[in-house]
Design a protein around this ligand. Structure first.
Ligand SMILES: [Zn+2]
Length: 340
C-alpha cells in the first residue's frame, strides 16, 4: 500500500541494487569500509499520487539519525537558507511557541530564540505530548518507513506545521546521486499533499526551494481528508547515467571531489570495484585517509592532488564549481573540472 495516499499499491520503478547504508560516513580502513552494511534499493512508485519509496527498506538497518540534517549546517549557504525559512514563518504567522522535531543542531532553535520566540528542539522523530503553535519537521519524513505516523503525532501537539523534504522531481529526474539508502520515501507535491491531508493537515502553501532540490509545505491542523491527487510521473534513467560515467572514466586519471552522500553514491554506482577513481577529495580533515563505505575509495586532502596529478576532477555538487576549479588551479593542476 502507498505510504502517502494509501489508495493504491506501488509498482516497480528502478532497482539500484545493494547500496551503502552508511552513506556519507567514512571508515578507518578499506576492510572496515567494505564490511559496512549494505541495503537493497528497490524504488517503486504509486500510480495514484506518484509517491516513490524503497520497498526493500529495512528500518533496522537505517534508524533515523538527526545528525544527518545537522551535517547540512556545515554549509553557510544552507544555513542562510534555513534561517531565512524561519524568518519567513515568524513574519507570516508570529508563532510564540515552536517545536523542531528531528532537530540535529541548535541553529534554528537558537535563531528562533533570538527573534523572541520560545523554541524547543528534539532529536527524535516521535512526539508524545506538548502544545505548540508551529512545528518544524525538516528532512525527516523521507527517512520514515511510515511517515503518516509521524504526521499524525505532530497534529496532536501543533496547530501549524512546516514540512520540508528532498523534492522527488529533482532526485528522480537527475542522475540520482541523492537517492540514498537512508531515504526511504521520495515526495512530490502531490504525494506530500496527499499524505498531509490524510493525516489531518490542510496544506496552505507548497513550493520548491534551494535550486529546486527541496520541497516544502506550510499546513494547518484540519479534519483528515482523502484527496485524489494528480500524480507526478517519473522515468528515472539511473542506469544510463551510471553507464555513461563509467565509459567516460576509461583511460582517465580521475578523482571525485566531495566525500559526502553524493560522492559515496557516485563511487558505489560508477566504480563499485574501486578501479576507475583514484580517490575522493574532501576539505574536512577529519575524513582524510579514511575510506568510503563498501567500495573503500580513499579520502584525500586537496594537497594530495599534487601527487596524483588527475586530469579529471568530478564534482557531485554543482554549487561549488567555481570555487573548486580555482582551488585545483591554485595547486598547479591542469585538470578538467566537471559536474556529475
Ligand atoms: Zn500514493
Amino acid at each position: 500500500m502507498c505510504p502517502a495516499c494509501a489508495l493504491d499499491t506501488l509498482a516497480p520503478l528502478a532497482d539500484l541494487g545493494e547500496m551503502p547504508v552508511a552513506c556519507g560516513m567514512t571508515f578507518p580502513g578499506p576492510a572496515a569500509a567494505r564490511l559496512s552494511p549494505k541495503g537493497r534499493m528497490q524504488l517503486a512508485s504509486c500510480p495514484r499520487c506518484g509517491h516513490v519509496a524503497n520497498t526493500a527498506f529495512d528500518p533496522k538497518l537505517a534508524p533515523f539519525d538527526a545528525s544527518f540534517e545537522a551535517a547540512l549546517f556545515h554549509s553557510p549557504t544552507y544555513t542562510d537558507y534555513a534561517t531565512g525559512v524561519v524568518d519567513r514563518l515568524v513574519k507570516e504567522f508570529s508563532p510564540s511557541c515552536v517545536l523542531e522535531v528531528a532537530s540535529g543542531s541548535h541553529v534554528l532553535t537558537s535563531h528562533l530564540e533570538s527573534l523572541g520566540v520560545s523554541a524547543t528542539g528534539v532529536p527524535d522523530a516521535v512526539v508524545k505530548s506538548g502544545s505548540y503553535d508551529l512545528v518544524l519537521a525538516r528532512f525527516v519524513l523521507e527517512h520514515m518507513a511510515d511517515p503518516f505516523k509521524l504526521l499524525t503525532s505532530l497534529r496532536k501537539v501543533a496547530t501549524r506545521a512546516f514540512f520540508e523534504v528532498p523534492d522527488a522531481g529533482y532526485d528522480l529526474t537527475t542522475a540520482g546521486w541523492d537517492c540514498i539508502y537512508p531515504h526511504v520515501g521520495y515526495f512530490s507535491a502531490a504525494s506530500l499533499n496527499a499524505i498531509a491531508a490524510r493525516a489531518g493537515w490542510r496544506v496552505l502553501e507548497i513550493g520548491t526551494a534551494f535550486s529546486d532540490q527541496y520541497l516544502w509545505a506550510i499546513a494547518e491542523r484540519a479534519e483528515p481528508l482523502t484527496v485524489d491527487p494528480v500524480p507526478a510521473v517519473y522515468s528515472p534513467s539511473f542506469d544510463a547515467a551510471t553507464a555513461q560515467w563509467r565509459d567516460g572514466l576509461a583511460g582517465k586519471n580521475a578523482v571525485v571531489w566531495g566525500a559526502g552522500t553524493r560522492g559515496t553514491m557516485f563511487c558505489n554506482r560508477v566504480d563499485p570495484r574501486a578501479q576507475l577513481i583514484a580517490g575522493v577529495v574532501d576539505r574536512n580533515p577529519a575524513k582524510h585517509n579514511r575510506f568510503l563505505p563498501i567500495t573503500g575509495h580513499r579520502v584525500l586532502a586537496p594537497a594530495d592532488l599534487t601527487e596524483i596529478r588527475p586530469d579529471l576532477v568530478i564534482l557531485t555538487n554543482p554549487s561549488y564549481v567555481k570555487e573548486i576549479a580555482a582551488e585545483v588551479a591554485s595547486l598547479g593542476i591542469r585538470a578538467e573540472v566537471v559536474v556529475a
